[in-house]
Design a protein around this ligand. Structure first.
Ligand SMILES: Cc1cc2nc3c(=O)[nH]c(=O)nc-3n(C[C@H](O)[C@H](O)[C@H](O)COP(=O)(O)OP(=O)(O)OC[C@H]3O[C@@H](n4cnc5c(N)ncnc54)[C@H](O)[C@@H]3O)c2cc1C
Length: 74
């Protein structure tokens, strides 16, 4: 019996900076219009460690926030 094996990222602590609306921030902490991010590509949310289950929760919560914010501003 053989099983396919692949790599996976369990958690990251660095990445794109976002604000409370999930907008990606530039180097001067200004939102970049129309650019949103969430999940493992973003940083600045946890430091050093994280509570169990927080990876998927962060993605779901900020994904919804990003979608709502983008829809209002479309
Ligand atoms: C073994 C393991 C166990 C985990 N257990 C838990 C848990 O119990 N609870 C929990 O909350 N979190 C858990 N996590 C963390 C959780 O899985 C991640 O936080 C979450 O999946 C991150 O979602 P994401 O959308 O940011 O990234 P991902 O799920 O990695 O999605 C990124 C997607 O982008 C695609 N992609 C990459 N490059 C490109 C490209 N150039 N063009 C197009 N597509 C691209 C990839 O194929 C992938 O589908 C676990 C992670 C691992 C690895």
């Amino acid at each position: 019996v053989a099983f396919p094996i692949t790599c996976g990222i369990t958690f990251t602590y660095g990445g794109l900076a976002i604000n409370e609306s999930a907008q990606v921030l530039d180097r001067e902490d200004r939102p970049i219009p129309g650019l949103y991010a969430t999940g493992e590509i973003t940083g600045g949310f946890f430091y050093g460690n994280y509570p169990g289950g927080a990876g998927l929760t962060r993605g779901a919560v900020f994904g919804r926030i990003a979608g709502c914010h983008a829809a209002v501003h479309a």
